[in-house]
Design a binder for this molecule. Sequence first.
Ligand SMILES: CC(C)(COP(=O)(O)OP(=O)(O)OC[C@H]1O[C@@H](n2cnc3c(N)ncnc32)[C@H](O)[C@@H]1OP(=O)(O)O)[C@@H](O)C(=O)NCCC(=O)NCCS
Length: 195
Amino acid sequence: MLRELRERMANRAEVRSLTKRCPGLHTDSTLKVKLPQYIKCGENVHIGEGSRLLCWDSYRGERFENPPQISIGSGVRATRNLTIQCASRITIGDNVLIASDVFMVDYNHGMSPLTDSYLENPLDRSDGITIEEGVWIGNNVIILPNVTIGKKSIIGAGAVVTRSIPPYCMAVGNPARVIRKYDSERNEWVRTGVE
Ligand SMILES: CC(C)(COP(=O)(O)OP(=O)(O)OC[C@H]1O[C@@H](n2cnc3c(N)ncnc32)[C@H](O)[C@@H]1OP(=O)(O)O)[C@@H](O)C(=O)NCCC(=O)NCCS
């Protein structure tokens, strides 16, 4: 009970520190933040209830050489329950639309099976995640390490994005695969492989 109260107060201080550093961020008291010094936000950013912006700058007592960085562009909207777990770099471009219950993580636990728990392996930090401007991410999408989602692409609800998606593509499923590309001359999303 006391621990819970202490954690809640500590989180409130982290959120205050974040909103002070990022006056363009609009959120509410349910936001959970870890290490706000590594988070930056543009103007007119809305992060909905139950979201979590979490950074790690060390693992099992060892500090990383390069600190983590969450960077959220101007005009980004996240409906609710967005979780970002960042030990490396997660960059969200301007005007990205993020539906509910989206999860992004830019690291894995080291995969040696020789330890008692995978927690004991060093953290495997990736080169990061980049979501370019104007992307729309559907409900319940999971975005894994080393992924870039190109400008204006659409990720369908429930997709697990394991590989990069080029710009102006629509991708769905697990693993996410491109099903359509935007044809600017026809102003239509065209099935891939179909004229
Ligand atoms: C990806 C999406 C935008 C595509 O919409 P659409 O162009 O109307 O797509 P269609 O319904 O014509 O489906 C095209 C094909 O993709 C499949 N598909 C569509 N969405 C899919 C999804 N999320 N996961 C898996 N397959 C999907 C369809 O089954 C269909 O397959 P088929 O050609 O074999 O029949 C839409 O399905 C989606 O997932 N939207 C996200 C909704 C959401 O999260 N809203 C929150 C508001 S912020």
